[in-house]
Structures are given as C-alpha cells and as structure tokens.
Design a protein around this ligand. Sequence first.
Ligand code: ARG
Length: 587
Amino acid sequence: MVHGNLSVELGQRVATAVQAALDLPITPAEAVIRPSRQPGVDYQSNVAMGLAARAGRDPREVAADIVAHLDAADLVEPPRIARAGFIDLVLTPACLAQRARALAADERLGFPQVEGSRRIAIDYSSPNVAKEMHVGHLRSTVLGDAISRLLRFAGHEVVPHNHIGDWGTPFGMLIEHLVDEGLTGPAAASSRGGLSLGDLNGFYQEARKKFDTEPDFANRARRRVVLLQGGHQETRELWQQLVEESATHFEQVYQLLGIQLTPADVYGESFYNPFLADVVKQLSAKRLVKVSGGAICAFPEGFTNREGEPLAVIVRKKGGGYGYASTDLATARYWIEDRGADDLLYVVGSPQAQHFAVVFAVLREAGWLTDDHHAEHIGFGSILGSDGRTIRTRAGGSVKLVDLLVEAIDRAATIAEQRGELPEEQWGTVARAVGIGAVKYADLAHDRRKDYVFDWDRMLAMTGNTAAYLQYAHCRIRSVLRRAGVTEEAATEAPVLLADPRERELLVRILRFPEACAAATRAYAPHKLCTYLYETASAFSSFYATCPVLTAATPELRDSRLALAALTSRVLTLGLSLLGIESPERI
Ligand code: ARG
C-alpha cells in the first residue's frame, strides 16, 4: 500500500533496519525522521546517536550498521552518514515520480484516513450571554473551528458544543435590571425588550453598578437567581429574552467569520443545570467530597493551594448554588456517558489551565474519565495591541469582535480598490475572503500557546506568512492554467519531470502535505500547517520566477510544469480550507 506520509514510511523502514542490525525493537516514531534543512537532502534520521549512547558505541558505526540493513532502495538513494551519525536520506527520481502520480490521483493529497476513528466532543467559542464577544473569543472560535476541520478530515467524528455562559449569579442582576427598566411584558418582549446588540454591554455594566452600590437591588438580584434556578416561569421568560438577544449577536459573528458552529451546537451552562445535583450526589456516594466552610468540596490528589494545603474544588456552594467547576463536571459526564464521546477537547484560554487540570482530576477519581478517554485543554495566549498589552480600542475599551471583522473587510476592500485589478462588482466577495482570511490566518499562523501582536498592515500584506500571500499564489496559478487552457484536474495528470532543482524542491514540498497535516492534527497546532503552506507557496514563487511554464522548451516540460503548478494550487486550496479560509479565483 502506498502510505501518503513519507516520513512515517521511512520511519518504518529504519525501525525494521534497527531490529535487523541491532536486535532492538523501536517504533517508527523513535526512528526520528525529520525533513532536512540541508540542500539536496530530503530527510534525516538521528536514531543512531541515541542507540549508540545507550550501547556505548560509536554513533557513525551504529549508523553504518543500520544503513547496511536498510531495505529502502525503492524510496531513497543509498544513504550517506553525516557528521556525528546522522543518516541522510535523498528520495530517488523514481520514488518522486511515483509519489507525484499517487498524490495527483488522490483528492486527499495523500493524507490517510485514521484507523480507529474517535468520537470527539470539542468545546470552543463559548462566549457569555449579555456580553458582547470580544477578541479573546476570537482565538477560541478560529482555533476551534480549524482544529475541528483537521480532525474531521483525519476521519474522526467531531461533535462541537458551544458552552455559552448563560447561567449563574449575573442573571439575577440582569433580570432585575430588565424589570426596573420596564423592558418586560409581551410588547417589550416582541420588540426584544428594546435591547439592541450594542446596548448589551452597557446594559450589563449598568446592572453591575447597581448591584455593587444598591443593597436593595443586590438582594432582589440574589432572590431572582433563586427564582431562576427554581424554574419560576416569568423569570425564565425574562432570562430567555436575554439569551435570545445574545444568540442573534453570536450568530452574526459566526456568519461573518464563516465558522461551522450553528445554533444547534449551543449547549450553554444552563443545559447542565438539571444534572448538577446528581453529580454532587454521586461524588458523595463515591466519598470524594467533604463539607468545608459550609460548601461541598472535592480535594483531588496532587493539587494544593498557595498555603500548600489540599486544594478545595467547590462542587456546591454554601447557599446550595453551583459554580463553574460543578457545571464542567456535569458537562464532561454528559458527553462521555450520554453522548458516547471518546475524547473531550476544550479550546479555552491558557489562564484556565488550572481549572481544567482540576476538573479532569476529579473526573478521573470519579471514574467518569478513564484511560480509554483522552481529555485535553487546548490552551492559547492573548491577542496583544502594538504596545504589547492586551488589545484595546483607542478609547481604552475592549475591542468588539464585530467591529474588528467589519474593519478587516473594509480594509481589504480598500486594498482591492487601490490595486485596481478586479471589476468593481467583485470587491465585496473578495474583500470578505481576504479580510476575514487575514484575521483568521494571523491567529492560526502563530503557535497558539504564545501571545501575538495584532497588526493590520502585517496581516493584510501580500508578502510574508499571510493569508493574502497564499491566496495570491493560488490566483497566479489559476491564471496560468486559464492561459494554458487546461483545467486543474487535467493539468495534474501529466508526468512530472525534474529538470531544474527548483522543480524538485517544489515537488518534495508538495509531497510533504500529508506530514504537515498529520503534525498539525496531532498537536492541535494549525500553525504547523500554516508554516508548511507558506513554505510551499515560497517554493512555488522561486520555481515560477526561474522556470518558464507556458514558454517551456518542450511540450513535455510545459505539461510537467503545469502539473506542478496545479498540484501546488490543490495543496493551497485544501490546506486553506482546513484552516477555514477561502481561496478565491481572483483577488
Ligand atoms: N464562557 C467562558 C469564558 O468566556 C468559557 C467557557 C469554556 N468552556 C468550559 N467548558 N468551561 O471564559
């Protein structure tokens, strides 16, 4: 069988050679096959060094032993041993030609479907009701969407759930404020209580201020929470009004972003309310909780507070209410037990790392999370302004996501207009693809664990590691194909000849698509795919600058170069689509 992933396949061959040469069982991953940075070398293995150290032998000798037993002539030239025992691997022309054919014939471009597909519940976006989505929610939304697309493409069953903050104490004050403002009753409800999107933040702040300064209001708010949690009908309706108002706003952002989340994916905190009492009951039946200061707490092993005492996780508050952690325990139990999820993923900012570590620990002690499941908090850093601090508007407020996305589209439209290469009626759609693509790509191209600086000029630039650079490379290729009068499909059928080193370089890049996808999926790291796409587009640029396509010396060479261009285009389109970014025909 042709394995699309050359580095895995080479790893298997090297592992077999290690077994034959040294009688040691190692996994293909332990054969450590990496793409090489050295010109003319495609892959490198440093397996000999580790093994030599263990056996107290000379690494070059061990490498020579492995190479002598390596059966890979169908893939690579006889390997050279470099420096301190690296094994340099160079793909043969026959292998390259055969792989190019296989890749061209496969709409997945060589990326295999997983064996043993998993049902993965993934929590992402998860904004809060009665508050506008801000840039902090952008990362969760964009990363979560790209990670879901990658996992789905790999063949997993991905079930997204949007854990919106629609429950808890703030709703007491929000509802009381609604009542005070006379925004209730059928007339007000039908006009959505007169609340408009932009008012939501202000509304929240007013309610907060009253809560903090007026004791009578604060008391009413607390009683209102009890009514809400007790299912009091009128209170429920008022709450519903707030939730719906926010939902419309979230929908608007998702539509602008082109995100795959739908209203059916909303499983807000309120959804788990009916399960909370039972979660606490089961935890006490399992003797995992103790009463501490009136609250019911779990003390998962291995966690301590600042004083070095066992860390208390409140599962039921003093007054009988439940908090963020209780809800997450119920959420996880629901997805595992009621929805049959194998794995649980949470795309949530890194400041919540401790929260998830603690929740996972309690879930394990309760036996709800077992070794058969994989639970992971996919954390991420902040978006910073040019001053290196959390991004703010000029007035110092938090940047609203809608405003930011509209600005991205406006800026992209201005750029399209200035370049003047497109008919006016296309500016709108192109601006959306380029503007939204720029914002998403800037977020995805950075290692998610780090903070990054939001910079309009950089993210919209046509050069560098940006969406526009990739989209533009794709457009150039489409234009060459149009001029040649061939479709992309037809073009990829031609045999690829490697006359110039830049052609070889480009083909080797293209063939790494499965590796890049695998690496990005495995580590929930879309930036690895971004880096790969950028390198591929750069390799295309060098190729295109030196190797004439339409005016190539022979018809065979012309067809071969058109095939390389068409393959590049397919890599870019598929890669961008896995990131949730469009590849327009023209930009
Ligand atoms: N609503 C929360 C926030 O804005 C994020 C929720 C994340 N998901 C979860 N299951 N805790 O910070």
